[in-house]
Design a protein around this ligand. Sequence first.
Ligand code: COA
Length: 326
Amino acid sequence: MIRARITGTGSYVPEKVLTNLDIEKFLDTSDEWIRTRTGINERHIAADGENTSDLATRAAERAMEMAGVSAADIDLIVVGTITGDYPWPATACIVQSNLGAINAGAFDVSAACSGFLYALSCAVDRVEAGRSKKALVIGAEALSRIVNWEDRNTCILFGDAAGAVVLEACEGEHGVLSTHLHADGTHLELLYQPGFGTRMQPSEQALKDRNYFLHMQGNEVFKVAVRSMTDVANIALKANNMSVEDVDLFIPHQANIRILNATAKKIGFRDDQVYINVERFGNTSGATIPLAMDEANRAGRIKEGDILLLDAFGGGFTWASAIVRW
Ligand code: COA
């Protein structure tokens, strides 16, 4: 059987760091409140003129360098993002042009914080079907551009980053063993960006109402996130005939520490099985999982043959999981 194996990982975060103490200076909040409620100490913010495609391109270059593949070898680019450079065309096309990946098809996937796993699933399916040999899968976001920096309920949570993997068609037992995708659009207003798609055009009133920004009812999202991430992790384990003991590293979407801890505990993971870096980057939506995977990989935390469980939840609602044998 042909499998899609991860042969390179890469990530990029913008240089500028915004700490909780920095936020205290312009918002009615405190470092203590943010740390205890979210586990976040700081996040990275894209510079003026630095766009999602720039973060994505940097992350992709690093993943390609690790995999030892050139731009011309890449035949597919899928970017999971909700903060593309433009409503359309796809940010993946800008990355394709930046890289000079002249032989690649390119498209974006919109599944919010599950975006990377949705993108991964699309690419894995094409690789396993024999239609792609070397694919780039990227999660990239510049959320700082769509959060309302006057809304203390939301802006403290998010940051900017990109992460990428190279997937290659390989024979054998290593690679992505399964992907599971779920969605429920009935409560989309709990986490969404009201403007400016076709439903709400830009107008003076819409701008005044802050409809360009991300809106969220945090405590409602919290409950569904923990339940959904737990369910989809268990579905993945069952589908692969595995138990929590078989998993070497659990990489959940880094939304905030309380969601992470509650989910890991409900599934039954020990602390040392769970990868956490939310304290340094905040919630970077589609970028959290590939960013964490790249950090863990470069730190030697992932060894050949290790089993990884990836697990995400986001706006839509969407939720997804993947099991990978490294
Ligand atoms: N600083 C200080 N106080 C704040 C604050 C901030 N940054 N943000 C909210 N508060 C206040 C609220 O105004 C509220 O005050 P009140 O009781 O006087 O009305 C109080 O803190 C409690 O608010 P609440 O929303 O109940 O807090 P919470 O414990 O639910 O924590 C979140 C808020 C956002 C941290 C939490 O709901 C959460 O993590 N939700 C999940 C969000 C998420 O991760 N979404 C992405 C999923 S992909």
